[in-house]
Design a protein around this ligand. Sequence first.
Ligand SMILES: Cc1cc2nc3c(=O)[nH]c(=O)nc-3n(C[C@H](O)[C@H](O)[C@H](O)COP(=O)(O)OP(=O)(O)OC[C@H]3O[C@@H](n4cnc5c(N)ncnc54)[C@H](O)[C@@H]3O)c2cc1C
Length: 401
Amino acid sequence: MRNEQATKSIVIAGAGPVGLFAAVLLVKAGHSVIVLEKSEGLALNRRASTFHPATLDLLSPLALSDPLIARGSIAQGWQYMIHGTKSHAVFDLEIIHDLTAHPFRVQCEQYYFSDLALEFLLASPLFEIRFGHGIRGLEDMGGQVRIQVGKPGVEYELSTAWLIAADGGNSTVRQKMGLAFAGNILPSTSITLVLNHPFQDEIPGLLGVNYVWTETGYYSLIQIRDQWRFTYSPDPGQSLEEAVSAPVAEAHVQSVFPSLKPYELLHIDHYTLQQRCLHSFREGRILFAGDSAHLSSPTGGMGMNAGIHDAQCLVEHLLPVLEGEDAALLDRYSRRRHTIALEEIQRLSERNYRWHRETNPDRRQEIWRELQEIVNDRRKTRDFLLDSSMIRSRWREKEID
Ligand SMILES: Cc1cc2nc3c(=O)[nH]c(=O)nc-3n(C[C@H](O)[C@H](O)[C@H](O)COP(=O)(O)OP(=O)(O)OC[C@H]3O[C@@H](n4cnc5c(N)ncnc54)[C@H](O)[C@@H]3O)c2cc1C
């Protein structure tokens, strides 16, 4: 098998938002990068849509936040809501305008971000992307990592000093290394419909991002430009196959928003939700970031944002090592982002998942009381928004040695 020496390049597994953002930072700093992506192009799936203030602040110096703002929808406020009574608990990000240059969430599909990053990278001679070249195996040889790459008919080995594993939740790198991915699958599956319907004209008080309780269930309704994402879980006893059929999905929307006209369903997707985390984000010369390192419930929209923050922290630690500093510095990357993944991202996303999906009336009352206490107290609202906008986790990361 051909062995290609890429000792001067950093190899990145995966052209998702995290791998591409790590590539942007490295190329900007003058390092050459090879991205291996097993698919033939960028993924067009509809997963992340929320970019939080902390991430917009981080992307801004690279001129990546303004194009996202231009392509997405701005949500300055977001809310919990009770469908029947239309009671609201509204969070206005303007309250933390002194702590961020972007006191709003941007709702925009994650593939626009990947597109933007790739557009920037393709303009640089330091960057190379190999679509259709998946990682199949690897070996840490001590001084370098030897990677087996290929698809049927094209197989070769690639040797590099550093491999960044950003190959997603099913990471081949993680699996080939036999690393435990501790955690669990969350009980309820998520179904997301993309609807072409002007909900904003019909539902008084609707904001761009809404987490809503119905009498016995829940949904979220999120606006991206002129379309809405409507997310919910299958009814108890309903098979997933049945739930994602177009007539059953249409009947579900009708049960929440009865209408004489059928809804225009543009897409139906479903997702299994998991909370998982690696024990360490560094294994010798292999560095993990994004979903390959940690997974969390998407309620509150933190997974990709946390992955982008991982990439920033990883590159901040890798650059001095490339200049000759002791590689032990990279253990601090692992300590910082591992702590944040477990103690901030998973803690908050687990709470968001629990609050949004609660159906017990007594527990709902308690949650609603707590939400009202927060929104009626400016200090508590600021504190709550520091967490949800991911500003606090970026501050805390820097305090971890
Ligand atoms: C329903 C849903 C909604 C979500 N909403 C949000 C949100 O609003 N905000 C938020 O922050 N997060 C959200 N998330 C999470 C977010 O989608 C992920 O955290 C994000 O995609 C992680 O990016 P990544 O680059 O680490 O991985 P991925 O996006 O999964 O990219 C990994 C890439 O690696 C490639 N790859 C895989 N195996 C190999 C291999 N062997 N060799 C080479 N390449 C390989 C894949 O093809 C893929 O292109 C949501 C998730 C779900 C399921």
